[in-house]
Design a binder for this molecule. Structure first.
Ligand SMILES: NC(=O)c1ccc[n+]([C@@H]2O[C@H](COP(=O)([O-])OP(=O)(O)OC[C@H]3O[C@@H](n4cnc5c(N)ncnc54)[C@H](OP(=O)(O)O)[C@@H]3O)[C@@H](O)[C@H]2O)c1
Length: 257
């Protein structure tokens, strides 16, 4: 999702460069690109990690760590995109960079492990973000919900869990800014404010004057998730409020159709 929208850099697909290959195969492929910095987006998402936890840990943690080790040895920045779903807290709780992760599922665990393993790398940059929307070709849940709402189709969305809806173009601009300014360390990069998926969809309906029927949806059983994954920042890295970003997304859509 993120990689498709980034207009800069050389991009390698999984077929061109599988990050779980042993270093003797992986590192020559990285060498051939002469990288000055590596933004590693190779990952399995929450659902994929739940279906195949060993593979999830292998890609999100060990595969990424191999790339981070390469970057560290070459003295170039390694950038990882982490997530608010490494935290656990009740509704109303927000998490800063100083809070202690407490992941409830393999995806979150794999992301925290990578964060820990790369902490000692001086040029390692970890940007934790939220529930992304605004990918033009994205099939991720927030884009699916948005598209249905804008088309006036019925939508059911989770009302039990809170996160940080984050506009992908805003995140990408911030990634670019962080790389250019050679920042290292951990930062929360989300649009300001928390919401449930249901609140997000209701706001999209209001802004777009959609006639979509919107209602709550039962939490799937067996998926242990924190009631709140809302991020905030004590390092000044928050983006504009998510409602402003959503408004821009909807306005942009009107101009493009
Ligand atoms: N999307 C979000 O809402 C969100 C939120 C917070 C953080 N993040 C983080 O942001 C990063 C990018 O997320 P995304 O949503 O853009 O990911 P995505 O759309 O799910 O894409 C993941 C990519 O990783 C590739 N991949 C999987 N295994 C690989 C391997 N062994 N070697 C090389 N490539 C491999 C996949 O290729 P194939 O398709 O060929 O398998 C796919 O192109 C991830 O670290 C994710 O945890 C995303």
């Amino acid at each position: 999702m993120i990689g498709q929208e980034i207009p800069w850099g050389k991009k390698l697909t999984r077929l061109e460069c599988d990050i779980t290959e042993p270093p003797q195969h992986l590192y020559p492929k990285l060498d051939s690109q002469h990288p000055e910095a590596i933004l590693c987006l190779a990952s399995l998402d929450l659902r994929q990690c739940q279906e195949n936890p060993i593979r999830g840990i292998s890609v999100n943690c060990f595969g990424n760590f191999q790339v981070a080790e390469y970057a560290n040895k070459k003295g170039i920045p390694f950038i990882q995109i982490s997530t608010g779903s490494i935290f656990f807290g009740e509704k109303g709780k927000t998490f800063t960079e100083s809070d202690t992760p407490c992941p409830q599922h393999t995806y979150g665990q794999s992301k925290v492990l990578l964060e820990l393993l790369t902490q000692s790398h001086p040029l390692s940059l970890c940007l934790r973000t939220g529930w992304l929307f605004g990918g033009r070709k994205s099939d991720k849940i927030f884009d699916v919900l948005l598209k249905k709402t804008l088309l006036g189709e019925p939508v059911q969305a989770n009302a039990e869990q809170w996160g940080s809806p984050t506009y992908l173009p805003d995140l990408i601009r911030q990634i670019e800014h962080f790389i250019e300014s050679q920042k290292a360390g951990t930062f929360h990069v989300v649009n300001e404010g928390g919401a449930s998926a249901l609140e997000f969809v209701e706001e999209a309906k209001r802004l777009s004057h959609s006639t979509s029927e919107v209602g709550p949806f039962e939490n799937p059983k067996g998926m242990e998730r924190s009631p709140s994954e809302v991020l905030t920042s004590n390092k000044g890295s928050l983006l504009r409020p998510w409602k402003d970003a959503l408004k821009e997304y909807i306005e942009r859509g009107k101009h493009e159709t």
